[in-house]
Design a protein around this ligand. Sequence first.
Ligand code: GLA
Length: 731
Amino acid sequence: MPIVVDEETKIFTINTKNSTYQMQADSYGFLLHLYYGARTDGYMAYLVTYADRSGMCGCPYDVHDRTYSLDVLPQEYPFQGAGDMRSPLLVVRDDHGAFGCDLRYRDYEIRPGKYDLPGLPAVYSEDESDGAETLVIRLADERVGITVELLYGVLPEIDIITRAAIIKNEGTGVVTVDRAQTACLDFVHGEYDVISFYGRHAMERTPDRHHVGHGTFSVGSRRGMSSNQYSPVMVLCDERATESTGRAWGMNFVYSGGFEAEVTCEQYNQTRMQMGLSDDRFSYPLAPGEQLVAPEVIMTYSNAGIERVSQNFHRCIRKHVCRGTWRDRPRPVLLNSWEAFYFDFTGESLVRLAEQAASLGIEMLVMDDGWFSTRRDDFRALGDWTVNEGKLGGTLKDLVDRVNALGLKFGIWVEPEMVSEDSELYREHPDWVLAVPGKGPVLGRDQLVLDLSREEVRDNLYAQLCAVLDQANIEYVKWDYNRSIVDTYSRASNDQGKVLYDYMLGLYDLLERLVQRYPRILFEGCSAGGGRFDAGMLYYTPQIWTSDNTDAINRLTIQYGTSFGFPASAMGAHVSACPNEVNGRETPITTRGIVAMQGGGFGYELDLLKLPERACEHIRNQVKRYHEVEDLVREGLFFRLSSPLTDAVCAWEYVAEDGSRAVVSAVLLSVNGYGVANYVVPRGLTPGALYRNLDTGVVYPADALMDAGFPLPVGLHANAAVMYRFERVDA
Ligand code: GLA
């Protein structure tokens, strides 16, 4: 049983295969955090020290015992109002507007299986073999009239512990929640580094590692989306931790809207890491009987370096967040029309493209933006999801049938959350957008955001989308979202502090209805490239377009950063034309292929009709090669062997869970003069075994490979790439 409760001491322990998490409801009824680290059977209360640290400004909780101050004790769910002056998870106001609460332990419950969350995406356990359990700890404040259910889910085999919280108003007056973060980890000592992921449009998720000094380091999003700028993933590690050594803790937010992730080192050199909803434009009144769910945070611990944190996240997201028919199936190699044609296509040109794609072994054509209503540029028609039959030269069904007849599946692009001012939908329902009365709206990509917190808006979109999807054999939908939410006023809401959160609930509701109705459709998320790459979206869309930047060299950094929190199976990655449209760089087509094959959503995004026959032949072979490795890309253990930010070679590896096969890919980033040999050192192979490189025929002892590595061919040019398949030579 992963969850163990000592009734007498009220110590709650959650065990996974390699980790232990422990907390205690103490004699005051406060819930202290004791430990999150290597698996142990010990009681870890000894880690907490009590001394008079109250000075003049401290807040001893008990006047008779100055050694007890919540300002310094490690907390499980810190809230404003009990003397912890560090960053809280919860801030509430009572019916009179007074800040603060005083939450004490009430009771607990253990449930079989993993909890789910009303209206929000969450990790799920598939069946009993997962060994999943749920611990619910209830805290209550009688005066304010709230209870908080702290939810802990455990997937013991993959070292995952999840947290969420449900704040309930069980009193008689209105309670306003001004801050509702989900999870924190308090460390009573240690020197740490924090790794966060920053970026921008077309350059998402560059890892950034800092030493945690005094004060607060914080990243987040105030954009109404998880954002291109910061990722809702954070890793804390020992200051000397490497990919394969040292301790590391990861948090990964299962939410697609605004967030905040922070790390604070405080007065006694203690460290708090925390994650949850952003406070920005958030102030959520709860009437008696109402509740608010603080979205889930996935947590994991490793004492074998940072890569183990990533691998645990990967296993969790692949099998316990992603759902549906496509979760475990090879995804079709696709050709997307965007970088091939942008808005400038016809039904005929798409069929021509599909013919060429079919001859190269590509399996699906995706018709990107521009197929509906009067859409021919950024300025119009979002919201009017009616097929432009004039442009397509017939019905959607005609086109899809023609593409299907070539042996290709057909996919389509939509951006349902948006509306253009120049659209029928906006002319009919100008009040359906998020806009502040009397203030000119701030446009983003010339579009406005529809108010998805309103059911009638969602119903309209659902009906419009179903009408399109029912017309033809559509097997893939790219769900885009191309701006931030600036104006935050819903005409239907009784309180504007609820709107950003309710918007997300609305989005999830709409997506849920669609994935339920169309279980065969493969949904791919997208948001100005990779602006909503988060575990919340992955609950509905098992893959996400990683970035609008398709340059192979920039993609190394983007995909490297993405891999800290997310599995390769989730990354949409395409080969595009050269010079690259973002940065003008020329890279060999082999390199573009090998880099795009890093993702499980592999495809092409260029005008195949403009390619010389030699390049076409290359693509034909590339597609075949992808099929040889795609199961490892989708399901293998992923290793970042070296970094595109600091190393001359960027190398990565997938190893089958049983160690029988591996794929190692490498891109040479820097070449200085003639003759320098570069080595790659794989990891994760079966010790004592022999491995054959299927592409060169050379056989290596695994231990030597993992110690000294193997050389890449000498004389490779800068930006050249290789991909090698290894197979264990079983006796
Ligand atoms: C966004 C996406 C692109 C493409 C365009 C279409 O920028 O990231 O891939 O779909 O929209 O307008």
